[in-house]
Design a protein around this ligand. Structure first.
Ligand SMILES: [Zn+2]
Length: 91
């Protein structure tokens, strides 16, 4: 359920808007590019929506909003909120 949701987000969103649904293979690269790698690895990262500590085990995605990059945990609710927030901003 979680995986297929992320898959759909990625197909729909990446390239269209700046949202990264992260796949384990390029997770580290994406995080390093956004300057969030150390936060996640050291446990300082937080989900933008629910505030839960985000580590490599529960990272759902990364998105950029108004020039800053934020982490999202892997709860479907938070991923959905991220997608909505970005979609609204574009309209
Ligand atoms: Zn969350």
């Amino acid at each position: 359920m979680k995986c297929s949701f992320v898959e759909r987000l990625r197909v729909r969103r990446v390239g269209e808007i700046t949202y990264y649904a992260v796949d384990e293979r390029d997770l580290a690269d994406v995080l390093k590019r956004l300057g969030l790698y150390h936060d996640v690895v050291e446990g300082r990262g937080r989900c933008y929506f629910c505030g839960v500590p985000v580590g490599l085990g529960n990272l759902g995605g990364v998105f950029r909003y108004e020039g800053k990059a934020y982490l999202v945990c892997n709860s479907v609710k938070c991923l959905y909120e991220a997608a909505w927030m970005i979609a609204r901003k574009r309209q």
